[in-house]
Design a protein around this ligand. Structure first.
Ligand SMILES: [Zn+2]
Ligand SMILES: [Zn+2]
Length: 343
């Protein structure tokens, strides 16, 4: 019989179980078997386990996609990795052959397979990745810093598009984990002011720790008035919607000629917008989905302490205590929940 490992498995609508599964094998010559040193719970995991689900996953798969891992064994064609290497990973596996992949947009691959959504993920003691999904990270980077690589990589994809100028005023709509990463990265990239709009006290405090100049509380004060006050009446150079339903707030607060980046995802949201405002005010609107060739830069960002999100870690739990972490995430009482499969 195969050796067994602990795993968190998606069962059906809103249900999961903590169980055992066989330790996975190397099947392809470019496969890498890794030991999961730590994994973290993402909003995506919460969406999968929501009923009705915000993200559709395949029943029976091992959940989880954010991890720090150590290489245990490699397939015969693997050249870049040896047992003992510390790695982080991009869980989104492009097919490599569709028109999007062939034109350099692998993040938009029409056959993309996401570990922890479509196939087995990392809420387990071991996982198998293709070598192309991994990047080495120095073991000197504490695990609780390195764990941010995967979500940060998605935000780095957006940073690549935005081209922030030193001194820019950036407005981040939403102070969840993604809003926090944008805040830290924008400060590190030279933004003059980073304004964060957030209604939760819990999240507002983290945003200030991350370097936000001001947290605007749209439930208690007028968002537009606050932005105009901070920008000499001009509006923000860049507005980021980290929620997924706030394009109208973004249109109201961005300066003429400014840029809006839509990052948060809500497949059911529909907004009525005055399209002419984009045309007449010369606005640029970007959408961004996950990272694209940014994981290497993301690792350099973490290794060189350009940003440090370690203070966002609110929970450190054994994998078997997944329920505690999930509940804290569902209630908005957690920022980053780190799970340790060997505790
Ligand atoms: Zn994630
Ligand atoms: Zn493809």
């Amino acid at each position: 019989m195969d050796q067994q490992m602990d795993a968190v498995v998606f069962v059906a609508l809103g249900q999961y179980e903590i169980t055992t599964r066989p330790i996975p094998h190397i099947n392809n010559s470019n496969d890498v078997l890794v030991k999961i040193l730590a994994a973290s719970i993402c909003g995506t995991d919460v969406h999968i386990l929501h009923n009705p689900p915000g993200v559709i996953a395949n029943p029976g798969i091992i959940l989880g996609h954010e991890c720090v891992a150590e290489v245990v064994a490699t397939g015969q064609a693997v050249k870049a990795y040896r047992p003992g290497d510390r790695v982080v990973a991009d869980n989104n596996l492009p097919c490599g052959t569709c028109p999007a992949c062939l034109s350099g947009n692998a993040n938009l691959c029409q056959n993309i397979t996401s570990m922890g959504v479509h196939i087995d993920g990392v809420f387990a003691q071991y996982a198998v990745f293709p070598d192309t999904a991994l990047v080495k990270i120095s073991p000197d980077v504490p695990i609780e810093k390195a764990i941010f690589a995967e979500p940060l990589n998605c935000v780095m994809g957006a940073m690549k598009k935005l081209k922030v100028m030193p001194g820019d005023t950036v407005l981040v709509l939403g102070g969840g984990p993604i809003g926090q990463y944008f805040t830290g990265l924008m400060k590190a990239s030279g933004a003059g002011k980073v304004l964060v709009s957030e209604i939760s006290d819990f999240r507002a405090e983290f945003a200030l720790k991350q370097g936000a100049t001001r947290v605007i509380r749209p439930d208690r004060e007028d968002l537009l008035a606050a932005v105009l006050e901070e920008t000499k009446g001009v509006g923000a150079d860049i507005v980021i919607d980290a929620v997924g339903v706030l394009i109208n707030d973004a249109l109201a607060t961005v300066k003429n000629g400014g840029s809006i980046l839509l990052f948060g995802m809500n497949a059911n949201a529909r907004q009525e917008i005055a399209q002419n405002t984009i045309t007449a005010r010369g606005l640029t609107i970007y959408g961004n989905f996950i990272g694209l060739n940014t994981l290497y830069n993301t690792v350099n960002t973490l290794e060189n302490n350009v940003v440090d999100f370690e203070n966002l870690v609110t929970h450190k739990l054994a994998l078997k205590d997944f329920a505690i972490g999930l509940e804290a995430m569902q209630k908005g009482q957690a920022m980053e929940v780190v799970l340790y499969p060997f505790e």
